[in-house]
Design a protein around this ligand. Sequence first.
Ligand code: NAD
Length: 425
Amino acid sequence: MSTGTTAVTLDQEINPWSAQSARFDFAARKLNLDEGLWKVLSTPSREIIVHFPVSLDNGSIEVFTGFRVQHSMARGPCKGGIRYAPDVTLDEVCALASWMTWKCAVVNIPFGGAKGGIICDPRSMSRGELERMTRRYTAEIIEFLGPEKDIPAPDVGTNEQTMAWIMDTYSMHTRQTVTSVVTGKPLNIGGSQGRIEATGRGVMVACDESLRYLNMAVDGCRVIIQGFGNVGTNAARLMQERGYKIIGIAERDGGLYNRAGIDIHQLIEFKYRNNTILGFPGAEATPSDELLVTDCEILIPAATENVITSRNAERLKARIVVEGANGPTTAVADEILAAKRIFVVPDILANAGGVTASYFEWVQDRQGYFWKEAMVNQQLEEILRSSFDDVVRYAEAHDVNNRIAAYMLAIDRVAFTMKQRGIYA
Ligand code: NAD
């Protein structure tokens, strides 16, 4: 099955919006999607760009650029993270926003998709600068946010503290505490048990289900993970506890390999103390690029976009790829992986644990009643297992790969809702 994407330049290949559109168009064609709905869903409904000033610690003023893109609110309020990074672009935020629409629909939770970002280098900014930037960005886009409108969450470069500042700024403007305006908050101000590790837990469920589907065993299953941040760390820890052997960890500044398995608890402590995984005594230093093409049963890209491309897909040796990150595989690489019969669990399914737990957090905030962690984990696992099942059955029924099946399932659900609601014009 070809998505017709082979004749593209590397620049086009790694443009996240092009990557999203290629899969969307292919799935929409397969679904015979109504032409009008196709047009509506191929563009985000709102793209907000703000340029705003922030006072720096040295007394000077800097102007930052921030984005918030709302792709679709057909199935409910928009939902999606906020990313702080030097290379954030509008195209990337648009792609991430539409992936959120598809992701929420795949796991059948009542949200549309959004994403935000600020072009900045959070690692070079002080806590005070980050707080002032976050609050001003929130104030700039405040009329578009709200528990019934658009609910941000953490993403790369942001965390629960960022969410607390957004929640507080929004609450100051509305003159009441509104915890449900963001998710991924600290526990004592409306956060949910189990949210921090939810994406990693979902990745683990995707691995468990893949092994079950392919008749493979957890015992002795070798795993390589790229990215040792929120998603990578939690997936590694939970999976090691379940019996997987984590043999490689690839980070931005280098990687680690140990064929007998890396002790993840010790590595987490090491990274906490040293702020890097380099120099960890329990594994050999290995270039990160090499780890991506090292022999293993499961490869989990959990760092960033465009990691598996036409440049390295042919050399991949994993049997299964479970996408913890958003957009780690390009559309061109999809075709190479399919030809190699690598089983791919696409991002919009594999990393949906985060938004599913965010949905639970939003529900708990609105109810003012908080669940025990076991309840969060059990509901999360149930939703992800049945979504995995929906996607693989859809793939079998339509003779497409898992990614296209996930897109088809999602587009079908969103289009159905749009038809029910009708077009207000
Ligand atoms: P994070 O910032 O906590 O961690 C990312 C890690 O990847 C960092 O340790 C960073 O050093 C590393 N990294 C960055 N570039 C790299 C590279 N080129 N090679 C190797 N390592 C690299 O971010 P996160 O929250 O773990 O998110 C990771 C990915 O998962 C992103 O694509 C994000 O959009 C996606 N995601 C996150 C969540 C969530 O709940 N946090 C939910 C869904 C999807």
